[in-house]
Write a protein that binds this ligand. Sequence first.
Ligand code: NDP
Length: 329
Amino acid sequence: TLGWGLIGASTIAHEWMIDAIRAQPGHTIAAVMSGDAQRGAAYASAHGIPGSTTALDDLLANPAVDAVYISTTNELHAPQAIAAARAGKHVLCEKPLAMTLPDAQAIVAACNAAGVVLGTNHHLRNAASHIAMRQLIRDGAIGQPLFARVFHAVKLPAHLQGWRVHKPDAGGGVILDITVHDADTLRFLLDAEPVEAVAMTQGDGPVEDGVMAVLRFDTGVLAQLHDAFNVAHAGTGIEIHGTAGSIVGRDVMTQRPVGEVLLRTAEGERQVPLVPHDLYAHSLAQFAAAVRGEGAPAASGEDGLRSLAAALAVVEASRTGQRTAVRLG
Ligand code: NDP
């Protein structure tokens, strides 16, 4: 059993995570915290959550809360995660783990010091498509990986534009919102770490709404990324090109358990069989196992930190026009 406290009366919890938590055997949601008492109470009642509060301390003092799921706007993740760790609660935090490296490091340190599990909810690692692609690469199906291309230009639905495009201090723009997922997914697929970035952005609003970037990995792989908030019809995907073959994932940079994976080698092209499952339920199952002492979350706190570091290098590269090293501290 695991009792959850939700920090943030968010869309992602409403659309995905509440159902995914309740799909775990023995998991319950004890309370939700919102900055607005009325909205929090309405959210709790709409989702059958027994408690709602505006005080983080209340939520953290609730004995029915063993773990928190943090899905507030990005600038709040660090103080909330650190407070939860200090209260002895396990922490599953949304991405980006924080908005700065020192904040992300402080979250990791607080969770280590408290001996609680820290996971970052980079959902794409949990997709059947990405798990299959990673296995193919590990099995040598494409030889040595040389290049990757990520297609993650999407149109933000109106109800998700808010702070993402209007509050730079809360969202951080397309790079902290989407590029951070690309970096994490590539780290997962390639078993490699990004070491430097070049990038250019587009958009004249409060935050950038489109970016094209290249990351170089410590294995020599070059990865080209295209992320946007304002492109409705591109479709998403990822390609990994190696010395002996190419993997093409279509419609796989998404929250839904959809998409297809193709493997092309000298033998021709074949579709890789996939048995899709809910990404968020998979993430929670792995987090719960880690709480039981079995394995690690799909994306750990360290993963959240490293993927953020790559995204911040892309931000810096786009602002300075310089090739920028990915720094962890
Ligand atoms: P939302 O805008 O839905 O929620 C963020 C905060 O905004 C909430 O905590 C809430 O504050 C406030 N809020 C939400 N709806 C309303 C409303 N109707 N009126 C007033 N305030 C509102 O953001 P998302 O759910 O899209 O994102 C939350 C976090 O999750 C972010 O860190 C984001 O990066 C991440 N995310 C991750 C995804 C993934 O697949 N891993 C996908 C989408 C988002 P309060 O709690 O104070 O009520």
